[in-house]
Design a protein around this ligand. Sequence first.
Ligand code: ADP
Ligand code: ASP
Ligand code: MG
Length: 458
Amino acid sequence: MIVYKFGGTSLADAERMRLAATLVRECAGPRVVVVSALAGVTDQLVELAARAGKGIGWEAEAARRTEALWVRHEEVAAGITGDAAGRAALMEKLDAAFSRLQGALEGVAEEGEAADRSGQVDRVIAIGEDLSGELMAVALVQEGLAAEVVDARSVVRTDERFGGAVPKDEETARLIREVLTPLLEQGRVPVLQGFVGATEDGITTTLGRGGSDFTAAIIGAALGATEVGIWTDVDGVLSAEPGHVSAARVLDELGYEEAVELAYFGAKVIHPAAAKHAAAGDVSLRVRNAQRPEAAGTLIRHDVRRAVGVAAVAYKPSVTLVKVRSRPMFMAYGFLARVFDVLARHRLPVDLVATSHTSTAFTLDRGEGLGAAEGELSEFAEVEVLPELATVSVVGHGLLRRPGITAGVFSALGQTPVQLISQASDVCLSFLVAQGDAAAVVRRLHAELIEAVSEDER
Ligand code: ADP
Ligand code: ASP
Ligand code: MG
């Protein structure tokens, strides 16, 4: 059993969608297809929701933008449907999705700022995947496959954290098996929207940006897939973001842990939760280029005995560093517990941590800072907040077993000021630099630790 997930760029227009459908046809045996919205559509829906949320006078601009979205999807529909009857049936489905979009936008306008928390915004942004799902199913039928849309809301059961909902593992796995297995046994090809789920009450949720990879991994794990193909616009996971480092090379394979760290610390080619979930379910992921299917891509699976060394470098911008220094009278052993208790109560996710006897410093996952937690920390400690930093990460295999790697990192850093260094495992070494320094540091690290080292040495 195979799961194929197509990202937005692989579905950008009719030609690409037809190509994606061909790839599904060529993959023999039972298969499930997961789709993202067409390239750029989620951004446009986010923008539409934001405008509607501001209220007053949003309708005219929304009508113009919605019309443009309609034309784009209609063009793809025209390019994939064979006969007039097929096209009419598809247009009816697209029409229904656009009516839901209109209703959801009105809901956002009514609720204003509360729409983020009520699920109205999720209703808007999920429409991108609803539309591409309908289109893809038709493209697959044109390829002679018995494809049908299965609404992801009926199988991906989540909590109510709108905009970044977390799937309930067991229930979701059960629903996926219950709904999809009979279809697969009948030789059907289910097509599901990535990124979209629903609460127990049927309210639409979304899994966070880039979340279609996550959906594919969840389905792959629930069905015991032999592989989850993540079809995208690059040849696989590269040793650095190709837009930043022209010498970046494709990695043949990567362990799960490396993939999770790399994804989490900036490589958006794969969603971190997808790699995590694939690891838990022991399903291999293969990142491949839908425009160049002949390329083998990158296989992500259990740590395969590769040579020790650096696989990739990445950076994540908009990181905030918080330095907390204990007041002298405070006992050292209670200090860390107290700091982390405050963070846990305020649900502030921490990425990197470093501590000394009297201080602890940590980075926050989101760029917005400490909020109310700052006041609570200040009751027993001195707090300093440094925004607009970037986490630079060196990811690889057995990093601690090759001491020269640390020397290489320091040499590449040169005179660049570093705020914090953290290495908790053999897989990832991270440090904080000013946001403006990050891209150059990544390039130097890549040159020093990857380009200058031969394949055998790494
Ligand atoms: P999709 O729409 O297929 O999900 P994404 O835009 O989410 O595609 O992810 C693919 C993009 O990720 C690439 O075009 C590339 O710019 C970026 N990227 C960042 N880091 C890496 C990396 N280490 N390897 C490959 N691609 C990367
Ligand atoms: N369409 C969603 C996004 O743009 C989900 C995805 O592409 O994975 O974030
Ligand atoms: Mg993506």
